[in-house]
Design a protein around this ligand. Structure first.
Ligand SMILES: [Zn+2]
Length: 423
């Protein structure tokens, strides 16, 4: 009985918070839509969304105020490539088999909180080994049971048998649990069937594993694994359902096949060639390039004795990817902000900003990648990625000016999600 009353009170309080008007005082306000940093502003938040932005001044008596006047305020950041509902990389290719689905669910809850507190109020979760762990985590966050960012989830990897989306490196007679193979496909027909299955069970979007992967023993990063017809089948189902597809692809051929098949985004794009960059530009395809984590893997992988196969592929893709990123910046390709968090510990997502600036972006361009551009890739531009009226009141406070020193984003002081102060 007591728990029923407590639950009712929580609901009532949540209802009150929703209907509340809150004023947020910002010392400076970064506007990624205009590419400017404004002076002192007040944001009026109603029902969890920004209602108005005004010059700082007198506020109504008794108004609820969150005073961030000593901070620079930005829209909540977006990471387009995370794996919240998974164990993370270790030196053991069989790591996913060492943890129950229940344990991984609790890990996911912790990862979600860590990510939100790092200033990332929206994420695209691009897959987990246990099918639908990401979908369940998203649902738990949306119910208010778990503290975390807004999530778009893919349900499972669509991958070739033994491909980059499988748990590999095991003995040939080891049986991998069925829920780790929900997206394994052998033909375009199977793609159609499995992509429909993922959507029926709550996927927001689809993740294809178009080529081999760094962290999948025996797969070749540069080698195409799904056929163009298979990828086309996935895009057809997604489009029919008003959704979209992104493709993990390191190798140039796999990248171009995925773009021709109609995907919205390419994850990694490490070995993309000039033709691929031109194709991405011409088709308006987003490149989501995780230019930070190669350094993490190089350092920690040596220390922790990662398999030679991982380390070699990490070396083959890290510098090449950064050089390709620089070319893509110069070519004016749409570049989102995706880090592959999970390969390194969640919460360090903002370390990538420095690398994006080192490899050709201005700090404002890197901020735009993690706000307006990533929101556009998600199809959520009206809701997140900016703070102009109508958007969710998702915002962060940092010390200093991130357009002068982008690394201040590594130390987010406060976070508001949907008008509620969560950190
Ligand atoms: Zn990934």
């Amino acid at each position: 009985m007591r728990s029923v009353i407590a639950a009712a009170m929580v609901l009532a309080m949540a209802g009150t918070a929703q209907a509340e008007t809150v004023f947020v005082r910002a010392g400076h306000l970064v506007d990624p839509e205009r590419g400017t940093v404004e002076g002192a502003r007040v944001l009026r938040v109603e029902d969890g969304r920004v209602a108005a932005i005004m010059p700082d001044g007198a506020l109504p008596a008794g108004a609820k105020v969150i005073d961030w006047s000593r901070y620079t305020v930005l829209p909540g950041l977006i990471d387009m490539h995370v794996h919240l509902a998974d164990t993370g990389e270790t030196n053991n290719p069989a790591e996913p088999l060492l943890h129950s689905a229940m344990e991984v669910a609790y890990m996911g809850a912790a990862n979600a909180r860590t990510t939100l507190f790092a200033g990332f109020t929206s994420v695209h979760d691009v897959g987990c080994y246990r099918a639908f762990g990401d979908v369940e985590l998203r649902n738990a966050i949306n119910r208010g049971d778990v503290i975390g960012p807004r999530m778009a989830a893919v349900g499972a990897y669509i991958t070739a048998p033994g491909g980059g989306g499988e748990v590999t490196g095991l003995a040939a007679d080891v049986h991998v649990p069925d829920d780790m193979r929900a997206g394994v496909v052998n033909s375009p027909d199977e793609v159609t069937q499995k992509v429909n299955y993922l959507f029926q069970h709550g996927a927001d979007s689809i993740k294809l594993i178009a080529t081999g992967a760094v962290f999948a023993i025996g797969t070749v990063a540069g080698q195409q694994e799904l056929t163009e017809d298979e990828m086309r089948a996935a895009v057809a189902v997604a489009q029919a359902r008003g959704s979209w597809v992104t493709a993990h692809a390191h190798g140039a051929a796999g990248i171009k096949a995925a773009i021709r098949a109609g995907v919205r985004g390419i994850e990694h794009a490490s070995l993309i060639d000039d033709e691929g960059i031109a194709l991405a530009k011409a088709r308006g395809v987003f490149l989501d390039m995780d230019v930070y984590n190669g350094d993490w893997t190089d350092e920690v992988g040596r220390r922790d004795h990662y398999p030679e196969d991982y380390m070699r592929k990490n070396t083959e893709t890290t510098l090449a990817q950064r050089q390709a990123f620089q070319k893509a910046v110069r070519a004016g390709v749409k570049l989102s902000f995706g880090t592959d968090a999970g390969v390194y510990p969640h919460g360090l997502n903002a370390r990538q900003f420095k690398y994006m600036v080192q490899w050709g972006m201005t700090p404002m361009q890197a901020i735009q990648a993690a706000t307006t551009t990533s929101a556009a890739m998600l199809g959520w531009s009206r809701d997140v990625g900016a703070l102009s009226p109508g958007h969710y009141a998702d915002m962060i406070a940092v010390d200093g000016d991130p357009t002068q020193d982008v690394t201040v984003l590594e130390h987010v002081v406060h976070v508001i999600k949907g008008g509620e102060l969560v950190k």
